[in-house]
Design a protein around this ligand. Sequence first.
Ligand code: PLP
Length: 372
Amino acid sequence: MAGAGRRPYNFSAGPAAMPEAVLQRAASEMLDWHGSGMSVMEMSHRGKEFGAICAQAEADLRTLLAVPEHFHILFMQGGGLGENAIVPMNLSRGGQVDFVITGSWSAKSQKEAQRYCQAHVAASNADSNHTQLPAPSTWQLSADASYVHICSNETIHGVEFQELPDLATLGSQAPLVIDFSSHVASRPVDWRRVGLAFGGAQKNLGPAGLTLVIVRDDLLGHALEICPSAFNYRIVADNQSMYNTPPTWGIYIAGLTFQWLLGQTEGGLTGVAAMEQRNLAKAGLLYDFIDASAFYENKVSPDCRSRMNVPFFLRDESRNDAFLAGAREAGLLQLKGHKSVGGMRASIYNAMPLEGVQALVAYMREFERSHA
Ligand SMILES: *Cc1c(COP(=O)(O)O)cnc(C)c1O
């Protein structure tokens, strides 16, 4: 394990490492939040204390992601997979929806949506084993789709859109839906190109149990009859995310994370712009090392490599177990790759400092030296 004073670096894909300052703040407020005599978990969601926490979290998220006024921010439950059903129930109107398949998560979204709408596959990168992004100009978009779904960062395959598609220039009037679960707040969002963004909080924002939905106002109010009321965006929005009990703890911790993010600075930039610079530096360091090595390999096309999730392989896979055991010894946790891809995966979300990636690269270099 790591030496005294430092927690190990945690490369989990999710639930994932959180900023230590956020954990410490939550610990210090655990038994008595701001003199209320209660922990946040023990408060009524309708009381003034939690009301203040929730309103602050929403306002901070709006600032952090520069969410325009004509979008609603909803704090929901059900996770990314829940949204795979909730989005089509709210937006599809039972008609045709276009899906761009770029990895496991978008494939799951398309499969689930088939239960609620005609889920048309407009493009897929399956023939490249999900290592490339199909160019938007090649997408077979429908004339009358209710929306177009993409996963803007494929957590398992390590494929990220470096720019969101501009559907208008592709001849589609449909709103773009993005699953941004695993890179939310790691880079700015171009809201002019987005109709709805959703994501679970447990990758980059806080604990599991909170799901973010950021939705353009005109997309509310079209839910299918079968849509549960608690998952009807119009109802959730009209009730300020308190139609039923919201995930209060998750909102509180995510709120602390928003404040932490707003306070980050890098090269004269703040907030998400600062995080983007750090994430570029972290990912660049790791990919450059892997590319220069004959011992390790990343198979994703360089133009769409994820800044957040870096799958990599030892060319000699018989050394995988030794690599992981040595990593644990060195205080580098949860590097095992997803079972569907194999190998290793380093998830380097916002909470991972540059020093953590430097420690990983130093370990990888030493492992190569002693095993090559
Ligand atoms: C983790 C993840 C999900 C699944 O989220 P759950 O909270 O487990 O439902 C969906 N999409 C992406 C891109 C993810 O990374």
